[in-house]
Ligand binder design. Structure first.
Ligand code: MTE
Ligand code: MO
Length: 315
């Protein structure tokens, strides 16, 4: 759903809470529950994501009726971002030092429009919308996050991959001065992820620039990250500086480090366990009891992408 379109206001200039509040009122009114939505806004803690209004916010891939939004404090204090340390609270403590402007993204490989693009030029032309997605970490915890962004397909169409291009590789900033976690060899730096081009162009795959109607906090991958809701969280790469189109499958960080534990595809699948733990259930942050994990994290509309793939072999 559209909340701002066209090059009138830079994404970096919006008054985020205001936009967020206005949006909720609008959607609430549309669903005939304006008063409810307004009351919900005034309440601290998790907001119901399962109202009729919430259901309309994201026509595709919305979170379901048992999916309350994970509180902002948890979304921004319990993070995986190894560039800032391996502890869950390291990123919120350490990522403040990351300079997210100026920022540019290098586009290269098999495409017609390679180059170095300034961030505003990559955000400015597109309508930003809110998407409420479940995020399922491979570690068996999950959250529900209202992202702001636009489909990655917009970028891909713009960069015009050549017919030979079958994959897109995405890379995080490499800068140990700003990213203290990169001074240690916990992972081979920079962090790299990748998708098959059809996965990358699926309407659910998002370029995210904000959450909860605010600009993306650094610990969540500012200034720009990718979110792929049907895959384990490690595919949703943060703070990206490079987009490269390739003929062959990219060498992605976690897959290189432990191929038997972290597949290239990494589709959420309750039937394929991690070698060291079950993936059948998950703990929603803020909840006590575990809940069942859903195939493709509940986004079954992506199943046709994998019609010809043995999901046990290509996990
Ligand atoms: N560059 C980079 N991207 C990353 C990670 C990371 O360590 N480095 N962690 C991943 C993992 S394991 C998860 S679960 C999500 C967490 O995103 P969040 O902290 O915004 O919830 O980011 C993913 N993206
Ligand atoms: Mo994760």
């Amino acid at each position: 759903m559209l909340i701002q379109s066209g090059p009138r206001i830079l994404p970096s200039e919006i008054t985020p809470e205001e936009v967020y509040l206005r949006r909720r009122e609008f959607l609430g009114a549309a669903a005939g529950v304006a008063a409810l939505a307004a009351a919900g806004l005034a309440l601290p803690g998790p907001l119901r994501a399962g109202t009729a209004a919430a259901g309309r916010r994201t026509a595709a891939g919305r979170a379901g009726k048992d999916d309350e939004l994970t509180p902002y404090e948890d979304v921004t204090r319990y993070n995986n971002f190894y560039e800032f340390g391996t502890g869950k609270e390291d990123p919120s403590r350490e990522a403040g030092r990351l300079r997210t402007r100026p920022w540019s993204v290098a586009v290269d490989g098999l495409c017609e429009k390679p180059g170095s693009y300034e961030l505003d030029d990559l955000l400015f032309p597109y309508a930003h919308e809110e998407r409420i997605y479940r995020l399922r970490c491979v570690e068996a915890w999950s959250m529900v996050i209202p992202w702001m962004g636009f489909p990655l397909k917009r970028w891909i169409d713009r960069f015009r991959p050549r017919p030979e291009a079958r994959f897109v590789e995405l890379t995080t900033l490499l800068d140990p001065e700003q990213m203290p976690g990169q001074r240690r060899d916990v992972l081979p730096w920079p962090y790299v992820e990748g998708l098959r081009l059809d996965e990358a162009m699926h309407p659910l795959t998002l370029v995210a620039v904000g959450l909860y109607g605010k600009p993306l906090p650094n610990q969540n991958g500012a200034p720009v990250r990718i979110v792929i809701p049907w895959k384990y969280g490690f595919k949703s790469i943060k703070s990206i500086v490079r987009v490269r189109f390739t003929r062959t499958q990219p060498r992605t960080t976690w897959n290189v480090v432990a191929p038997n534990e972290y597949g290239f595809y990494a589709n959420v699948n309750p039937d394929v366990d991690h070698p060291r733990w079950s993936q059948a259930r998950e703990r929603r942050i803020g909840e006590f009891r575990k809940r069942p994990t859903l195939m493709f994290n509940g986004y079954e509309e992506v199943a046709s992408l994998y019609a010809n793939l043995d999901l046990r072999r290509y996990f």
